[in-house]
Design a protein around this ligand. Sequence first.
Ligand SMILES: *Cc1c(COP(=O)(O)O)cnc(C)c1O
Length: 355
Amino acid sequence: MIIEPLNNPRPVELPENPGFGVMYTNRMFVQQHTLDKGWHDQRVTAFGPISMHPVAQVLHIGLDIFEGTKAYRRPDGNINLFRVDRNMARLNRSAVRLGMPQIDSDTHIGYIEALVKLEHEWVPNLPGCSLYIRPVIFSSEPTLEVRVGREFMHYIFLSPVGPYFAKGFNPVSVHISDDYVRAVRGGTGEAKTTANYAGTVWVAEQVRQHGYQQVLWLDAIERHYIEEVGAMNIMFVRDGKHIVTPALSGSILHGVTRESVLQMAPDLGFTVSEERIDVDEMLADIAKGRITEAFGVGTAAVVSPVGKFGYKGKEYRINDEKTGPVAQKLYTALTDIQYGRAPDPYGWTRQIKVR
Ligand SMILES: *Cc1c(COP(=O)(O)O)cnc(C)c1O
């Protein structure tokens, strides 16, 4: 791997709240893939525009997959990565689904560690902040043929981020979409690919104009079973102690945060189950007060409480639109492990020593 020298690097300046995905570090990792050479030309270069052929496949048939994970500043000044091996495994599953070449997980983690180490001063030491890590693979092959690609580019960039929701740990309003769907069984919903997002942003904009912040997606076939909220997995709390989340259906993304909550929750005194959740039953349970909390889970927000759902012209408020104790407890327990404030009994973190 070549580490190119930087001309005039920007000095590290981290604002109180860096926002989400609006500022970047000075460097990025890049490599190329061709059929004859495999992955090659690994380098760390200045963060900046990527030059590509106007006929690059990614621009015409959307061959692009990505990941999202974070680096956290520990109290001792070193840096933690959280379950990055799960992200790498998922990226390789996405690659298979899109006919793209895989990247050896340990090799890829090595690139991430090297890049974060070089850019370690950009890992914020502020509450709720971290360094977002975004690996991307896309087909750079110039062709209009609709088929698997033969030339790819892989890059990794870093973005100092604040809390995902500008309003802080405040419950969001969620509109349940019955007109539009995110993914269908047999489609690409389990892959982290740009196509899954392209169809959602206009829908999100429509609900925003009606006063909602997020969209809850139902299954595409029966339009009855709950799948995901925005780009997060969703969980509900029954009677204050049982956490239930939609079972992986073939169109739900396998979230690392979801997986972590399911594993950790029993150790915090909760029971968990993965079920097919009927939207009408769930809303009836909210109305009866049997469902005491709902929240999204994902790397960006960690835990994002839902204050109310809107569906077919009716509103369903949860826990007086306040953050509930289960969401709070899970958020604290998970972030304590991520930031290295608490012991990590699960072996989920990898430390990058910079001190
Ligand atoms: C990335 C993503 C999630 C959350 O996954 P994490 O690994 O927990 O960050 C959930 N749903 C969708 C659609 C996603 O793209």
